[in-house]
Design a protein around this ligand. Sequence first.
Ligand SMILES: [Zn+2]
Length: 207
Amino acid sequence: MLILHYTGMRTGAEAIARLRDPMAKVSSHYVVEEDGRIHRLVPEDRRAAHAGVSHWRGQTALNGRSVGIEIVNPGHEWGYRNFPALQMAAVCDLCLDILARHPIPPRNVVGHSDVAPDRKQDPGELFDWEGLAANGVGLWPKSDPPAPPAEAVLGLLGSIGYRTDLPLPVLVTAFQRHWLPRRTDGIADGETRARIAAVAALCAAGA
Ligand SMILES: [Zn+2]
């Protein structure tokens, strides 16, 4: 898996210092600064402590099966802001490098909020997942089918990879942050249900 985060600290320097501090017990394979500089903190064949309690497609303890990238941004707590174009270009190049080295399917390129929807919001609704997918990183539907009935939503979210033992609005919000970022209200309206069906269909087709 490839799991993307924001650092959620006031500055990049502060975040990097914490990720390098053994006492902090958090780490990531890479950090990408807002000016596009990339730091490698942990070799890809070593475990980094970035995901915490997490779940995707029936797997847990995702630190043992993922590469983690921390992307410098103050996050929702300290002044969430747009990811600069230089930074996104660096993230994209880094992801393409990683994907060239590891057999990671598009559906397993996710955000921290996808794998820990009850705890995490990162990298958040300002992150350009659609742009990354246009460059071959991750999964984005080209069009949406008719909206499925509300009763189908939980099953479809589970088939995408989300754990299904959390309140539905929590799961829908996490989905929206990634695949319908202009709304993060947790309401499974027709547009959201249609997008959920579109992503689920790509997953079912083997993406
Ligand atoms: Zn995170």
